[in-house]
Structure formats: structure tokens, C-alpha cells
Design a protein around this ligand. Sequence first.
Ligand SMILES: [Zn+2]
Length: 296
Amino acid sequence: MNRFIYSPSYAVDIGAHVFPTAKFRLAAEAVASLGVLCEPQEPSRDDLLLAHDSAWVDKVLTSRMSLAEEMLMELPFTPAVSLAHRLQAAGTVLACRHALEAGVGLHVGGGSHHAFRDHGEGFCVLNDIAVGIMKMRSEGYIRNAAVIDLDVHQGNGTASILAGEPGIFTFSMHQDDLYPSVKPPSSLDVGLPAGTGDQDYLRILEENLPQVFAHQPELVVYQAGVDGWEKDLLGGLKLTAQGLRRRDAMVYEACRGRGVPVAVTLGGGYGAHIKETARLHAQTLTLFTGRGKEIS
Ligand SMILES: [Zn+2]
């Protein structure tokens, strides 16, 4: 039975925003018939401290921060937004557990790769990817892990938090001339020119994935942002829906073919129509159930 990790609290009303959180609800509804939904519980403060400093965790827990910090996140920082992001951090921890138990963990959320140890940025508050990996490591389940981040934006927060962590390999393939302007180095960064289409994208991904596995990860966290889609409002790549499906299939085969557990997180996606964004996220989740076919 497939388990999809999701909480209704992920969908928070933040007014008119390029990042409408209802996409989480729509994606969850699209995959609900394929399995059961599992709700994450609040993470402990100690769990958040695995990837964040105490000053930032306290600001998130109390929902108190400066206007400058709020503007950097590009989110109105209400208690409901704080709760949504805390639960998503716990959701990715759960996805990592499911991955280690069953081979695949499916999170209908997460992928907040722009969150740094001491601040949030770009719609990201807490780095659920780093929290998930560090939690599995702190409990002794794994030593080596890898991040495969295929969001259109570089995974700056993840790269920064996990830099220097022995045994953790971060891979980000993204559009080069896009936010973030300053890109802290991942273990492997591949910057692509705007306009890159399916054929070149898939070839370059295929060339680079072996480097991730050469490092022998015992767990992969996949940031499966769909903002590389050709109609995305923020990205400038030219991936079709079919190209994104083939991208996901390549990651799925790379992990499953080597017996490496993989936890999937959604990441970015900013289509003009929220239903299209949710459909692309559902396509990713469906593929990782092993069904390999698209939701129409
Ligand atoms: Zn993005």
C-alpha cells in the first residue's frame, strides 16, 4: 500500500501569491486513490536544531521575526505559515523513514531548499531536506546520503547547511541565470542556460547522476521541483510535461536500480493555473509509486 505524507495544514491562505499553497491539497487529492494519506506530527525543537540554529528555530516557533526577515522569505509569516512549514519538515523526516522501510517515501510537500541554517528565503522557512537527512543519521540508520535537487532554482540553503558534512553529497541541476544570484557550492552543481529543452536536459542529467551514486548514498532525498516546466512563470527552462516525467523516471530507475532508498519531496512549481502545477507534482508522485504512468 502506497503511503503519501500530507497534512491539510500545508494549504494556508496567504492571499494572492505566485506560490498558492492549495497546490498541496490538489496534488494530495490527485494521488489519494493510489494509497493512504499519512499526517506528520509536529517536529521536536531538537529535530529542527539538526539543521538550524537556535535563534532561527525560536523565531519560527514563536512566529516572531523582523520585517526584513519576512521579506527575504517572500511569505507573510503567520502562525499558520509557521505550522505548515514545521509540519513539512516533519513530513520529510517521515518520508525518509518510509524510504528506509519500503524503498520509497512520498511527501506531498517539502523541498524547501532555500532555507538556510539561520534564515529563510524564497518561500522556504525550514530546510526539511537537511532535517530529514540529519535525523536519519543522528538515529544511526545511515551514514552516507545524497540530495538530488532538480528544481529550476539552485539549492542554496541545502548546499550551505550540508557543506562539510562528511558522507553527504549534494547535487543541484538548475537554470544558471536565475535566483539565487549567489550560489553556495553544492558537492556538484550543474547550471543550465535558459531555454534548455528535454533532450539536452535529460542527456546532461544522465551524464551526471553516476557521480551521485559513486558516493554510495544509503538514502537519496529527491527535490522534484516542477518549475523547469516550459510554462512556468518563474523558470526559463523548456521542459515538457513528458520531459519532466522522463526526468523523474531517470531518478527513480537510478535509485531503485541500485537499491538505494529514495524520499521524494515536491519543491517548486509556479504554473499560471494551479491545477497544472498540481498535476505535474502528482505525475512525479505517481511515477515513484512504481506505476510509471501519468495522471491525466
Ligand atoms: Zn524553484
